[in-house]
Write a protein that binds this ligand. Structure first.
Ligand SMILES: [Zn+2]
Length: 178
């Protein structure tokens, strides 16, 4: 049996990760492939069973608590999209490997770094095992250069703080350090 593959789309907040995930999912559907999309239950922004990008395109998704749920739910699908990969635990690595062995194409999107610039959740490990990595960039809100850091503009030291434009701004490396 043909093995599958893992594609990861990563970057900061507002870098267009979800837009790119939605674009690839829609292309796979045009190609008549069976696609299922998952997101973690922690991400309750926007709509519960939809993935909504900042440019307001949407796709339906299945909300799960643990990566293992994907292995059974995705059994009859060809392509598996996963948004907000950084919020899952490290068991997502084994689950992705299992699905790849079963011939599935997995497209994962998520933050590569947290608001302090540290690797976020399982994303760095998924990057390591991925067949293809796309690092997408936002625009720095201070200087207009390309940005790959998520600067938190409100107080709070928890790594996980869901937020939008009132909470986070994309910054380049120079403006992030300042
Ligand atoms: Zn800058």
């Amino acid at each position: 049996m043909q093995k599958g593959k893992l594609e990861i789309i990563c970057g900061s907040m507002f870098s267009g990760k979800t837009e790119e995930l939605i674009r690839r999912v829609k292309r796979a559907r045009f190609a008549k492939q069976k696609v299922i999309v998952f997101k973690p239950s922690i991400d309750t922004r926007f709509n519960k069973d939809k993935i909504v990008s900042h440019d307001s395109s949407t796709i339906d998704c299945v909300v799960i608590n643990k990566p293992i749920e994907m292995v059974t739910l995705a059994a009859k699908y060809d392509v598996i999209g996963i948004d907000e990969i950084q919020f899952f635990d490290d068991s997502i690595i084994d689950c992705c490997n299992t699905l790849i062995q079963k011939g599935k194409r997995i497209i994962g999107a998520g933050l590569d770094m947290d608001y302090e610039g540290n690797p976020f959740g399982p994303t760095p490990k998924l990057l390591a095992i991925a067949d293809e990595v796309s690092k997408v960039r936002a625009i720095c809100t201070k200087c207009g250069k390309s940005a790959n850091f998520s600067h938190r503009i409100v107080a709070g030291e928890s790594q996980v703080m869901l937020g939008e434009k009132n909470e986070y701004q994309p910054r380049c490396r120079n403006c992030f350090i300042k």
